[in-house]
Design a protein around this ligand. Structure first.
Ligand code: ZN
Length: 322
């Protein structure tokens, strides 16, 4: 089976809990992925909201160092891809392809030059904010947050120029529409789910309120689809449904909704592995074939499943990394 995943926090987990990428109890490890014939994984350096300025730069560097070391130690099995040729070479050699991303524009510490720096390290996707505000804009949990800041707009222009993919997961709705007005390239929501499905299926709770702020409404889904972007379905339990109703059936519901609103080309996977609590049915990269089989039983055909699990994201990143 082929699998392309737009988001995981595994490298951050390797750093903070000293886990090994090769073999561990994490959702993702090289050993757990051995059943995959082709595997492309975006590895996010997650920027916690308590780090800003110099502290954020140091934190980024420490996690990046871990990423680099894991790539070197596991070079027989996995390789970081800097461009689309790398991606194809890597896959044809039977290795897993790693693409580096940053979850949180605080990694720029308010400096446009930092975009050149992280680009030189091979960062191909930047999630503009995490849940709080940063120099670029306001995350989904900021009460009465504004749109992108002046620096956020300058940063997005430069991100576009360097052909880094902008990611709007975690961004608030005003920021989303600012990015939509400004971006000269399609953007992605790397790990998000659908507000309409949560509205309909989740019981009222504070948790539901948070999950609604963190998800995409139909207008956003339509915009991303119409402009050639991608939406990766997040496996985080509370973003899929209520506890106990956050497994395969819930994934099917969110996927079906995106297919209805946005069509077949926009849908992908952004597992959020090692970044959140996930229902046991979905909790690990070794569960991906089971998910595909369950979706097939629910009526999705093989061609569509290939698009969702690999082809859509592969075509998008082949173009973005060319
Ligand atoms: Zn996230």
């Amino acid at each position: 089976m082929f699998f392309f995943d737009l988001h995981c926090d595994t490298i951050t987990e390797c750093h903070s809990k000293d886990k090994s990428l090769f073999d561990s109890d994490c959702h993702i490890s090289i050993c757990k992925a051995k059943h995959l014939d082709r595997w492309v994984q975006l590895y996010a350096i997650w920027m916690p909201d308590e780090h800003r300025g110099c502290d954020a730069l140091n934190y980024f560097d420490a996690v990046y160092e871990r990423f680099k070391n894991e790539m070197a130690e596991n070079s027989l099995y996995i390789k970081q891809c800097m461009n689309s040729q790398d991606l194809d070479d890597c896959l044809s050699q039977g290795k897993a392809a790693a693409i580096l991303s940053v979850e949180g524009g605080s990694a720029l510490a308010g400096s446009l030059d930092r975009i050149d720096y992280i680009f030189s390290l091979g960062v191909k996707l930047i999630t503009l904010t995490w849940n709080a505000s940063n120099e670029l804009g306001y995350g989904c949990l900021v009460k009465n947050g504004g749109g992108l800041t002046a620096f956020g707009k300058q940063a997005l222009r430069k991100i576009n120029e360097l052909k880094i993919v902008a990611d709007v997961s975690h961004l608030n709705r005003k920021g989303f529409w600012d990015a939509a007005d400004l971006s000269s390239a399609p953007f992605v929501a790397s790990h998000s789910t659908c507000a309409a499905i949560l509205e309909k299926w989740r019981k009222p709770s504070d948790d539901k309120y948070f999950s609604l702020l963190r998800s995409l409404d139909d207008e956003q889904i339509k915009f991303i689809a119409d402009t050639g972007g991608l939406i990766g379905i997040n496996f985080c339990g509370s973003f899929l449904g209520d506890k106990g109703d956050d497994g395969f059936e819930a994934v099917y519901r969110h996927m079906s909704h995106i297919l209805d609103i946005g069509g077949e080309d926009v849908l992908a996977i952004g597992s959020d592995f090692d970044g959140c609590d996930i229902n046991a049915e979905l909790a690990g990269i070794d569960k991906i074939p089971d998910l595909a089989r369950s979706l097939e039983r629910r009526g999705m055909d093989k061609k569509l499943l290939n698009k969702i699990f690999f082809d859509n994201a592969y075509s998008f990143f082949k173009a973005a990394m060319s």
